[in-house]
Ligand binder design. Structure first.
Ligand code: NI
Length: 256
């Protein structure tokens, strides 16, 4: 019934993947999309997807790893995209939070992968931190390349920013912070985003939802986030979880 559209099962915090998968399946989560951070974790995603029916993956280079993005890295990521379980290019974007960062280097890394997504007919999964203005500018000037759409992962901005992203044809994904006590602005965004453009994710092992904050997050916690979103929208929980699944399958069209 549930889908986790963005997680990092390849993370070293997960020492026993068999039991992580078993637990989330027991919790009604039947699909988890593993997001790559660079070519190595993207390949790990492919291997996990080969081992577990419920796992799909995205391949990409995260902005914080853009300093190691070169032709070799690009080729390795590009090679993974034809896999039947590679559903997106991600996670890619801009991150002006973790210092030191090189804005130009990040933009080139991001743009090269937007091109790749267009070429491979895949949606993109976007990471944006402390970079709203540059992000919107870059996306707007490359709108013609976003033919297969995309999602702003772990959205944390304003209603205005969400509105701009929606105009660009992008989906908005909500994660654990929606359940935090200081989520005021996000609650407004959640009410604003049309049901058919909402996605949910854990970004595990990070960002465990309230009241599990501080623990290792896993896809088994996605029902908490989906239920919070359904409640904010005055929707039946099961109905809304199904809506999110339909949305995810529309965007990530290679999902079975
Ligand atoms: Ni992530």
């Amino acid at each position: 019934m549930y889908i986790d559209t963005h997680c990092h099962l390849h993370d070293e915090k997960f020492t026993d993947i068999d039991s992580v998968v078993e637990e989330y399946l027991k919790n009604g989560v039947d699909i988890a999309i593993n997001m790559g951070c660079e070519s190595t974790s993207s390949l790990q995603g492919k291997l996990l997807a080969e081992k577990y029916d419920s796992v799909y993956f995205a391949a990409g280079c995260h902005p914080s790893d853009s300093n190691q993005f070169n032709q070799n890295e690009f080729d390795k990521i590009a090679q993974l995209t034809s896999d039947e379980k590679c559903v997106a290019i991600g996670e890619i974007g801009l991150d002006f939070y973790w210092e030191p960062y090189d804005k130009e280097e990040q933009k080139q890394c991001f743009l090269a992968q937007i091109e790749l997504a267009k070429q491979e007919k895949l949606p993109i999964c976007i990471h944006s931190r402390n970079a709203t203005e540059d992000m919107l500018k870059l996306l707007k000037s490359n709108k013609d390349k976003l033919l297969y759409g995309g999602v702003m992962h772990c959205f944390s901005g304003s209603v205005e920013t969400a509105s701009e992203l929606i105009k660009l044809g992008l989906y908005i994904s909500f994660a654990g912070p929606l359940t935090f006590k200081n989520a005021n602005q996000l609650l407004e965004v959640a009410k604003f985003v049309p049901d058919e453009l909402c996605l949910t994710e854990t970004d595990s092992p990070y960002l465990a939802p309230h009241p599990l904050r501080g623990t290792v997050n896993t896809p088994k916690n996605i029902p908490v986030i989906t239920a919070t979103l359904a409640q904010l929208k005055n929707k039946d929980n099961v109905e809304f979880a199904n809506q999110v699944k339909i949305n995810a399958k529309r965007l990530f069209y290679k999902l079975k």
